[in-house]
Design a protein around this ligand. Structure first.
Ligand code: FE2
Ligand code: FE2
Length: 180
């Protein structure tokens, strides 16, 4: 498998979450209330899977390896755009979590904010993913030898292995702090 293989497989799951986010807007329109349970699941997915597991491998491994190569200006430009997009995705997810908390604390106005954020995030991911899948990942491979690609794939698996432990370490620490 090429190192872009796991990234593209992950994209398919992130697209499914993006579709769920967009579907949630319709449900909210009908019921006039957000499903706060779903929103928490969505935030966790976007933080843990989309951002830590997926963007983590892109930024900490692929982009970092690319930064050591002499990139064509168009590829350097796309990589910078992708990094910026990851930053804005993080901000949007934080804003969604804050809007959810506002709603729970009784601020019904935050319903509009939640809708807008679901729409923005739900539309953001497919565009970001298309940029990577269709305009970035394949040309990226040409910068690496077969051996470098194999090493990168190994690094990806190792990264994934660590993240699951990191995730639940944080879950326990968070709960311990809450109970303290
Ligand atoms: Fe990305
Ligand atoms: Fe990606």
């Amino acid at each position: 498998m090429k190192p872009i293989g796991p990234l593209m497989i992950e994209h398919r799951l992130i697209e499914r979450m993006a579709a769920l986010l967009r579907a949630e807007i319709k449900k909210m329109d009908e019921s006039n209330k957000p499903d706060v349970g779903f929103l928490m699941i969505a935030v966790d997915f976007m933080r843990t899977y989309a951002d830590r597991v997926h963007h983590g491998k892109e930024e900490d491994i692929l982009f970092r390896a690319l930064a050591t190569k002499k990139l064509e200006p168009e590829h350097a430009k796309i990589m910078n755009e992708l990094i910026e997009e990851h930053i804005s995705a993080r901000k949007l997810v934080t804003a969604l979590l804050a809007a959810r908390e506002k709603y729970i604390s009784g601020d019904r106005q935050s319903l509009k904010e939640i809708t807008l954020l679901l729409e923005t995030i739900g539309n953001f991911y497919p565009v970001h993913i298309e940029k990577e899948d269709k305009h970035f990942f394949y040309p990226c491979l040409d910068y690496f030898s077969k051996e470098e690609q194999d090493d990168m794939l190994k690094e990806f698996w190792e990264f994934d292995r660590k993240v699951i432990h990191e995730k639940y370490q944080k879950v326990i620490e968070g709960q311990e702090q809450r109970k303290a």
